[in-house]
Design a protein around this ligand. Structure first.
Ligand code: PEP
Length: 252
């Protein structure tokens, strides 16, 4: 019913265009054929063009790591949704590193998600609780707030191409992934919110897990009923590991 989406978030890597092209080609060469999984690579903005060109039109999709919600204006250093046309078909919105270091607020995430949809980009809206919020037993309330804010400016979910990534902040880049059961519990909560907001289309929306996904833990995560792929950081820079994750999603 839902095609899983596995997206590699390359963050601020690699340092040169040549290495970005090499990595993209390695992913394309090993990505499973067929339509059982949607494979996405999200290079730094400055390498989007080279990666898009290297990948050609079919197969692996390209995503941006962020964007501004406005089409143009005095926003130094930003990238507009119009600029992503032809380069990216996905865009990560609200990654915790942008929330932490770049002042990404719930309100701005909501504006960006709506702008992405309006510009026919599939938003990967990232939500997740911080370690101290988890310790305080606030995971469910943080997720509820972030998901509703991310979707606040959409009229409905049908046809939007929306993807939600549940990424507990304490699990990102730490090697301490959530257990499959804990990740499923939160992804199930997200599904329930989607059903409340749009009962007809809620089941169309892939919900990814992200946070120290590896070749070793991917299959167990993807076996959960509400986990439809992953947002992968570190392991997406290692083509053999990323391939195993892709194949686990294709076989789930
Ligand atoms: C991420 O950057 O979104 C991420 C999940 O990173 P990692 O897989 O390295 O934990």
């Amino acid at each position: 019913m839902r095609t899983p989406v596995v997206a590699g978030n390359w963050k601020m890597n690699p340092p040169t265009a040549a290495e970005a092209v090499e990595l993209a080609r390695a992913v394309a060469a090993s990505a499973p054929a067929g339509d059982q999984v949607t494979t996405v690579v999200c290079p730094p903005t400055v390498w989007l063009s080279a990666v898009r060109e290297a990948l050609g039109a079919d197969g692996v999709a390209v995503g941006a790591q962020t964007m501004h919600f406005e089409e143009k204006g005095a926003f130094t250093g930003e990238t507009s949704p119009l600029m992503l046309a032809g380069l990216a078909s996905f865009v990560i919105i609200g990654h915790s590193e942008r929330r932490q270091y770049d002042g990404e607020t719930d309100e701005r995430v909501g504006r960006k998600v709506a702008s992405a949809v309006a510009h026919r980009l599939r938003p990967i809206a990232a939500v997740g609780e911080r370690a101290e919020e988890r310790a305080a037993g606030a995971t469910a309330s943080v997720i509820d707030r972030q998901v509703r804010a991310a979707l606040a400016n959409l009229d409905g979910l049908g046809g939007t191409g929306l993807v939600i990534a549940y990424e507990p902040v304490w699990a990102i880049g730490t090697g301490d992934a959530a257990t499959a059961a804990d990740a499923q519990e939160v992804c199930g909560q997200i599904r329930a919110i989607l059903r409340e907001l749009d009962p007809e289309a809620a089941d169309e929306v892939p919900i990814q897990y992200g946070g120290s996904v590896t070749a070793e833990n991917a299959a167990e995560l993807f076996a959960q009923p509400d986990i439809d792929g992953a947002l992968v950081g570190g392991a997406s820079l290692k083509p053999e590991q990323f391939e195993t994750i892709l194949r686990a999603a294709a076989g789930a």
